[in-house]
Design a binder for this molecule. Structure first.
Ligand code: SF4
Length: 371
C-alpha cells in the first residue's frame, strides 16, 4: 500500500468509528472517579485532537492538557528580542523558519515588520538553504536563527558540519534548540498533575523511547508515543487508558511505522558531535530551565553567533498574553481575555496564535464558532 493510501485510511471515518466506540466503551466501564487528565506534549497533536473533535467526543472521560511542544511558542521573549536586534544590523541577513517571523517582540514589532521596513530577513525551509545565501552574499554575515526540538536539531548539526567542511566564514548560527524530555521533567517536577502523556512521534523518531522512559519512571506516569493521524491518536489513547488502569508507568510506541525504540542513532551521533547541553536556557513562561537546550561544542564555536553578538535581553511578558500559562498546562486559550478579540490569527499578540502548532490557533480555528 502506498504511503498516501495509508494516511487516507488512518483518517477514514469507517476505520475511526469502531475504534472510538471501543475506547468509549472502555472508558465507560472503568468508572474513574474523575475525568482523567492526559497531556498531549506536542502542538501538532493538539491540532489533530481539536480538528477531529476527539476532545469533544471524549470530554465525559478525558480532559486534554495542552503541552509545551510547539517550538515557535516556547521560544522566550528575550530570544525574539535578540533576533530582532540581529535583524536590525546593516551587515546581517537573518534567516529562520517560517512562523517565527510573525511573533511580536517586546516592543510589539515582529521580524516580518522589520523586513517590511527594508531589513534583510529571509525564511528558509531547510537549514542547508542558508549555504547558498552565504555564498551569494560574501560581504554580509548570514545568521541562521535555528529553533526547534530534537526534530530539527540534527538538521542544524548537519549545517554546522557543512560550514566547517567547506570553510564558510560568513555563516553563523544561533542555537535555540531545546530538549523535550527535560522540559517535560521540569513540568512534572514543578506540580503539573496528569494521569498519562501522549508523547511526540517526530521527536521520538530521533531520540527513541529511552529518554521518555526515564521521565515516565521518575514521575510514575505512563506515556504512549503517537503519530499524527486521528487513528494514531485514538489508538494511543486506547493504549494509554490501559496503562493508567493497570497503573503501569511505562512507555509504549504506537507510532511503530516511524519510531524505533533506539531512535535514529545516526542523527543522535550527529547531534553529539556538534552540540552539548547548556547550563540553563530561557523558555516562555517557565524562566530559565536547567539543561533544557543545546549550545555548540568548542570545535564549532567559530560559527556560534552568540559568541560574537551575545544575547543580553531580559525576559519580559507580553501584556495580557497567557501563552506562558498555556504552555505549562495551567490555562486554556479561551481563558485569555484577548483570545478572539484583539488576538486573532491576523493580529496575533502571542506565539500560540501565530504558530501552526499553537494551542490558541487550534481553538480559534476549530472551536471559536462553537463556544
Ligand atoms: Fe497569547 Fe493571544 Fe493566546 Fe491570549 S489568545 S494567550 S494573547 S496568543
Amino acid at each position: 500500500m502506498k504511503n498516501s493510501e495509508v494516511l487516507t485510511l488512518l483518517s477514514d471515518p469507517k476505520v475511526l468509528k469502531p475504534l472510538l466506540s471501543k475506547l468509549k466503551n472502555k472508558l465507560s466501564g472503568l468508572n474513574f472517579k474523575e475525568r482523567i487528565r492526559i497531556l498531549e506534549f506536542c502542538g501538532g497533536h493538539t491540532h489533530v485532537i481539536l480538528r477531529h473533535g476527539i476532545d469533544q467526543a471524549l470530554e465525559e472521560w478525558i480532559e486534554f492538557v495542552h503541552g509545551p511542544g510547539c517550538p515557535v511558542c516556547v521560544i522566550a521573549q528575550s530570544r525574539i528580542d535578540y533576533a530582532l536586534n540581529l535583524a536590525e544590523r546593516e551587515d546581517v541577513i537573518l534567516t529562520t523558519y517560517g512562523d517565527l517571523i510573525r511573533i511580536p517582540g517586546s516592543n510589539g514589532i515582529s521580524l516580518q515588520q522589520v523586513r517590511a521596513r527594508g531589513k534583510d530577513v529571509r525564511i528558509v525551509d531547510s537549514s542547508l538553504a542558508t549555504i547558498a545565501i552565504a555564498k551569494g552574499n560574501p560581504s554580509k554575515k548570514i545568521i541562521f536563527f535555528a529553533i526547534g526540538f530534537e526534530t530539527t536539531t540534527p538538521h542544524t548539526a548537519f549545517l554546522a558540519k557543512r560550514i566547517k567542511e567547506e570553510g564558510i566564514r560568513n555563516l553563523l548560527i544561533v542555537s535555540n534548540h531545546v530538549i523535550s524530555t527535560e522540559i517535560l521533567d521540569f513540568l512534572l517536577t514543578n506540580g503539573l498533575k496528569v494521569d498519562g502523556i501522549v508523547a511526540p512521534g517526530h521527536v521520538s523518531a530521533i531520540i527513541g523511547a529511552k529518554p521518555w522512559e526515564e521521565v515516565s519512571l521518575k514521575h510514575q506516569t505512563p506515556m504512549v508515543i503517537a503519530g499524527f493521524e486521528p487513528f494514531d491518536i485514538l489508538l494511543a489513547l486506547d493504549h494509554l487508558v490501559d496503562l493508567i488502569k493497570e497503573k503501569k508507568a511505562k512507555v509504549m510506541i504506537q507510532y511503530k511505522r516511524v519510531v524505533k525504540p533506539e531512535g535514529n542513532v545516526s542523527a543522535q551521533r550527529l547531534m553529539d558531535e556538534v552540540f552539548e547541553v547548556r547550563g540553563a536556557f530561557p523558555w516562555r513562561g517557565f524562566g530559565y530551565v536547567p539543561k533544557s537546550a543545546y549550545k555548540f561544542k568548542e570545535d564549532f564555536s567559530f560559527l556560534d553567533a552568540e559568541a560574537i553578538f551575545p544575547c543580553q535581553y531580559e525576559e519580559k511578558a507580553l501584556k495580557g498574553c497567557l501563552c506562558g500559562m498555556i504552555l505549562q498546562g495551567k490555562a486554556k486559550p479561551w481563558e485569555c481575555k484577548l483570545f478572539g478579540r484583539t488576538c486573532t490569527p491576523r493580529t496575533p499578540v502571542g506565539p500560540c496564535m501565530v504558530s501552526n502548532e499553537g494551542a490558541c490557533l487550534a481553538y480559534f480555528k476549530y472551536r471559536l464558532a462553537s463556544r
